[in-house]
Design a protein around this ligand. Structure first.
Ligand code: BYC
Length: 329
C-alpha cells in the first residue's frame, strides 16, 4: 500500500527498490526525469515492470469487456447508419485490446496467461463495464461519457515513460475521438427529441453517473499505486485530477443539453476552482471491482465462451493440432 496516509511514501518506495542495483536505479530514474522513453530491452526496476503489466493488462481487459455492453445493441440499433457506426466502434475497442495486449507482452507476460487471469477472475478490468445497458440511450451515454473519461486518462498518460504503452495510447486516442463524436451525436439526438427520448437519456445519465465517478479510481489518499506510478511517469496525473478534469469538461455540456446529474451537491467552487460532489460509494466500487457487480458473472461468461469457441481457430492458425489443419492440395 503506497497510498497509506500513515506511512511516509518515500520510506515505502525505498523498501520496494531495496534489492535493486543502486547505480542502475539512479540511471533509470535520471532517464525518467529527462522524459526519455523506456523501451522493452532497457533495464528497469522489477516493480516498474510489475506495475506496468498490471495496469496495461487491466486496460486491455477493459477494452474487450467494454465492447460487450455496447455490442449487445448492434442488432437493435435504430437505423442502418447508427448500426454501421456502432459496429465500427465495437470493432475499434477490440482492436485497442490487441494493441494493449501486445504492449503488455513486451514486458514478459504471455497473452494466454493474461486471458486466463481475466477469465479466472484474477485480473481486474474497469468497474464501469459491470453495469447493464438496458436501453439504446445507455449505449449513447457510454459512447459519449465513458469514452470521454477514457480519452482524458489516455491523452494524459500518453505522455508517460514506457514506449510501447504510450505509442498504443496515442493511436487509441485518435480512434476514441471519433467514438466521442458518435456518442455525443446520439445523446444530442435523444436530448432534443421527443419527451420519451428525453426521459430515456436522462434515466441513462442517472444510471451511469455513479460508475463514472468511480471510473477514475479511488481518492488519492487511498490510491495504492499512484505514488510509485507517478514517480516513474506511468500515471501523469492523479485519480482526482482526472476526475476533476472530466467534470470540468463534461458537466457544463450535460447541463447545456437541459439534462441533470443525480448529485444535489455537484457544483464548482469558484475560489478553489474544484468541483464539489457527494462522495461516491467506495464500498460499492470495491464490491464491483472484486467480482460482485450486477454483470461481472455475465461478462466473464461471455469471454469464457468466446475463448473456448475460438480455440480451434487459434490452434489451426498456430498449427498446434494437426487435426485442425486442412492439408494443402
Ligand atoms: N476499475 O491504486 P489505484 C474504455 C483498482 S476502456 C477497476 O488508484 P491505479 C472503453 C486498481 O486496479 C479504458 N479497478 O490504481 C472500452 C487497484 O487494484 P489492484 C479503461 C480499478 O492503477 C470499450 C485498486 O483499485 N481505462 O474506455 O494507480 C467501450 C487501487 O487503485 C479502477 C483504463 O483502463 C476502476 N475504475 O489507478 C467504451 C485506464 N480504479 O490492481 C470505452 C488505464 C482503480 O491493486 N488504467 N482500480 O488489485 C489506469 O489509468 C489506472 O489503472 C486507474 C487506477 C486510473 C484506473
Amino acid at each position: 500500500m503506497y497510498g497509506n496516509a500513515d506511512i511516509d511514501p518515500n520510506l515505502k518506495i525505498h523498501s520496494i527498490v531495496a534489492d535493486e542495483d543502486p547505480i542502475k536505479l539512479a540511471a533509470f530514474e535520471a532517464r525518467i526525469a529527462a522524459a526519455d522513453k523506456i523501451e522493452p530491452r532497457d533495464w528497469m526496476p522489477k516493480e516498474y515492470r510489475r506495475q506496468l503489466i498490471r495496469m496495461i493488462e487491466q486496460h486491455a481487459h477493459s477494452e474487450i469487456i467494454g465492447a460487450l455492453p455496447e455490442g449487445t445493441w448492434i442488432t437493435r440499433a435504430p437505423g442502418f447508419r447508427r448500426k454501421l457506426a456502432l459496429m465500427a466502434k465495437v470493432q475499434d475497442e477490440v482492436g485497442h485490446a490487441q494493441l494493449l495486449y501486445s504492449a503488455a507482452e513486451t514486458l514478459g507476460k504471455t497473452r494466454e496467461a493474461m486471458i486466463n487471469d481475466l477469465i479466472s477472475g484474477k485480473s481486474k478490468y474497469s468497474n464501469i463495464f459491470n453495469y447493464p445497458a438496458p436501453t439504446w440511450a445507455d449505449s449513447a451515454v457510454i459512447a459519449w461519457l465513458v469514452d470521454a473519461g477514457a480519452i482524458i486518462n489516455q491523452t494524459t498518460n500518453a505522455k508517460g515513460s514506457y514506449g510501447p504503452y504510450v505509442r498504443a495510447l496515442e493511436r487509441i486516442c485518435y480512434e476514441e475521438s471519433f467514438h466521442l463524436k458518435y456518442g455525443h451525436d446520439n445523446v444530442v439526438h435523444l436530448a432534443t427529441g421527443t419527451a420519451v427520448q428525453r426521459i430515456s437519456v436522462q434515466k441513462a445519465i442517472n444510471r451511469w453517473w455513479p460508475p463514472l465517478m468511480h471510473f477514475f479510481g479511488p481518492p488519492d489518499s487511498i490510491s495504492e499505486h499512484s505514488v510509485i506510478l507517478m514517480r516513474w511517469k506511468v500515471k501523469m496525473a492523479s485519480n482526482e485530477d482526472m476526475r476533476q478534469q472530466f467534470m470540468d469538461m463534461y458537466v457544463p455540456k450535460i447541463w447545456d443539453l437541459g439534462l441533470t446529474l443525480p448529485d444535489p451537491k455537484l457544483s464548482k467552487n469558484k475560489e478553489t476552482g474544484l468541483w464539489e460532489y457527494t462522495e461516491p460509494d467506495w464500498a460499492e466500487f470495491k464490491r464491483v471491482i472484486n467480482g460482485d457487480g450486477p454483470c461481472n458473472k455475465e461478462r466473464l461468461a461471455v469471454r469464457k465462451m468466446a475463448e473456448e469457441k475460438g480455440r480451434w481457430v487459434r490452434h489451426a492458425l498456430l498449427r498446434k493440432d494437426a487435426e485442425y489443419v486442412t492439408p494443402l492440395a
